[in-house]
Design a protein around this ligand. Structure first.
Ligand SMILES: Nc1ncnc2c1ncn2[C@@H]1O[C@H](COP(=O)(O)OP(=O)(O)O[C@H]2O[C@H](CO)[C@@H](O)[C@H](O)[C@H]2O)[C@@H](O)[C@H]1O
Ligand SMILES: [Mg+2]
Length: 214
């Protein structure tokens, strides 16, 4: 996963995954504009393996995180640049996340959650086991995309593969198991790069599931 080389940045002329748009509007009689990014909605799933009392997360190389980490340390032009990977190793872009996926097929949030838990973590779980926690905006400045958050309890019997994502789509994902008595420490651990939904889901777990079962 950390074997990253030949990193160079170009402009993105068109994409299946994102589209920049400018919204013009009038507010209180004043003409305004806002630049936004149209992206897919997504689903994220907090996976709890009750057979071994571990939380199941995914670890992956995120180009966007890598890019922003590198930018912080070295100011260059946005595009048309080459990144020196001996100076900036892949670890700059490695994240811990909830199992998650974008809604880009004709599937519901819950069905997508079921598919992602199988593809990324290797557990085949019945649809009705997925408990919806809440939804929120994954971003509010440049994207307003919705993310639905689910919780699922899994057992070792349901593990049918190693997970790791869809190889044909280029996915390369490590499944990470964290013992429940250590998971809370991840919330404030700034040595690990992680999205806000990950923090929220952990807090929800220790407030609603772990606390209730103790
Ligand atoms: N921008 C992009 N450029 C090139 N290829 C891309 C791409 N986005 C997705 N892909 C391709 O689609 C595949 C599947 O991605 P997923 O459905 O697992 O979404 P992901 O977890 O990356 O992001 C989802 O979940 C995370 C975690 O919550 C959210 O932050 C995020 O908004 C949401 O899309 C990727 O492996 C890749 O091949
Ligand atoms: Mg994913």
């Amino acid at each position: 996963m950390e074997n990253i080389s030949n990193v160079f940045i170009t402009d993105c002329k068109e994409s299946h995954y994102l589209k920049p748009l400018r919204i013009h509007y009038t507010q209180n009689g004043k003409q305004k504009m806002w630049d936004v990014m149209k992206v897919h909605n997504s689903v994220a799933i907090l996976v709890y393996n009750i057979s071994r009392d571990v939380l199941v997360f995914v670890k992956q190389f995120r180009p966007a995180v890598y890019y922003c980490s590198v930018q912080k340390e070295e100011s260059q032009d946005d595009a048309n640049q080459t990144i020196d990977t001996s100076k900036f190793p892949a670890s700059h872009g490695i994240t811990y996340e909830l199992c998650a996926g974008i809604i880009d097929k004709d599937m519901s949030f819950q069905e997508t959650a079921q598919a992602e838990v199988l593809e990324e973590c290797g557990y085949k779980v019945p649809l009705e086991k997925f408990q919806r926690i809440t939804s929120f905006r994954a971003g509010v400045g440049t994207t307003g995309a919705l993310q639905e958050l689910y919780y699922v309890e899994v057992t070792d019997d349901q593990r049918v593969s190693k997970g790791g994502g869809i190889v044909e789509e280029g996915e390369l994902i490590d499944v990470v198991e964290v013992p429940v008595d250590q998971g809370k420490n991840l919330v404030m651990d700034e040595t690990i790069q992680k999205p806000a939904a990950f923090l929220f889901a952990l807090m929800w777990f220790y407030e609603n599931i772990r606390k209730a079962s103790q």
